[in-house]
Design a protein around this ligand. Structure first.
Ligand SMILES: [Zn+2]
Length: 327
């Protein structure tokens, strides 16, 4: 009997065990679900909170959660060089044309609100266009839009491009009541101006490099050294020759002042070791000069005349017949 029951009991027990086993698995499953739910409801937000704390609290305590690197402009880094236009042949001579002023420095202003920086750019572009049309020499502009460059950067562009000639174009102004000057004047570098007027022009043109009383032009000691150097004496003679050529080629197109070629201490010309001239194309304070400089045909004639002078000077340099020959 026992034998007869046992299997039944056993089988019942076995059934019970199976039932208990099924219940246990269901329970464990429910437990796992509960844990997953707890994780989902409580732990996940805590993780998010922890990440947030890492960034925000970390930032407050000076321990950054991440690092942002910002490339700051290096003060000693030279500005980018402008494109060289004209013939692709790199053996052709190169002239750098510098349109005076630009950006936050408008230069001189006329009674009609005309700004020197606009006129100088238009005149520089006219010279550039005439040179490209002739196709004999290469040309680069220190600026071809309305941007600010300190005077040393302008000369620096010419030096770094290994220019053979440098021309800086300006348009002067006289204070109202100080006469009605008009016409163009050519200036070459000198430590002392030809006269008080030439010195005053240099002071006006050099003023741009002083920002809040801090001089940006610098290099005065180097300039003093430069001025006693024999080769630089010859460079000054070559600059005089270039100025004389502009005067000659400009005849009939550009009206010059009574003393058309003068000397003064222009910062923009100081650190250059190439023949260089600063051309005051006219007076922004003169209505006649402004009318000329604003006129496209006049500027085209100006551009052609100055371009011819540049081409002749560079041809003389190449032939070894200019004042720079043998340098
Ligand atoms: Zn100027």
């Amino acid at each position: 009997m026992a034998r007869g029951r046992r299997p039944r009991v056993l089988s019942e027990m076995g059934l019970a065990q199976r039932n208990i086993g099924r219940d246990g698995r269901a329970q464990r499953h429910r437990r796992r679900l509960a844990i997953a739910a707890i994780v989902a409801v409580f732990v996940a937000p805590l993780l998010v909170l922890a990440v947030w704390m890492q960034h925000v609290v970390g930032a407050r305590t000076g321990i950054p959660g991440y690092v942002v690197r910002v490339a700051l402009p290096d003060g000693a880094m030279p500005i980018g060089l402008p494109p060289i236009e004209g013939p692709a042949d790199a053996s052709r001579p190169l002239v750098v044309i510098d349109a005076g002023h630009g950006g936050h420095d408008p230069g001189a202003s006329g009674a009609g609100g005309e700004r020197e920086k606009r006129l100088t750019l238009a005149l520089a572009l006219a010279v550039r266009d005439a040179l490209i049309a002739d196709g004999r020499v290469r040309v680069a502009l220190t600026r071809s839009d309305d941007r600010f460059l300190v005077l040393q950067e302008r000369a620096g562009i010419a030096r770094r491009l290994h220019a053979d000639l440098f021309l800086s174009i300006h348009a002067d102004a006289v204070e109202s009541g100080a006469g009605d000057a008009s016409g163009a004047t050519l200036y070459t570098l000198s430590d002392k101006g030809s006269d008080a007027i030439a010195d005053a022009v240099a002071v006006r043109e050099n003023r741009v490099d002083t920002v809040n009383g801090v001089g940006l032009g610098g290099a005065d000691n180097a300039v003093s050294q430069f001025l006693v150097d024999l080769s630089q004496q010859r460079m000054r003679a070559a600059s005089q020759a270039f100025a004389t050529l502009i005067r000659r080629e400009g005849q009939g197109r550009i009206r010059f002042r009574d003393v058309p070629v003068q000397q003064a201490a222009f910062v923009v010309l100081k650190s250059l070791d190439v023949p260089s001239v600063l051309l005051e194309a006219g007076y922004v304070s003169s209505p006649d000069d402004v009318e000329n400089m604003r006129s496209r045909p006049w500027r085209d004639g100006f551009g052609r005349a100055v371009a011819h002078a540049i081409e002749i000077d560079l041809a003389d340099q190449a032939a070894g017949t200019s004042a720079t020959a043998g340098l």
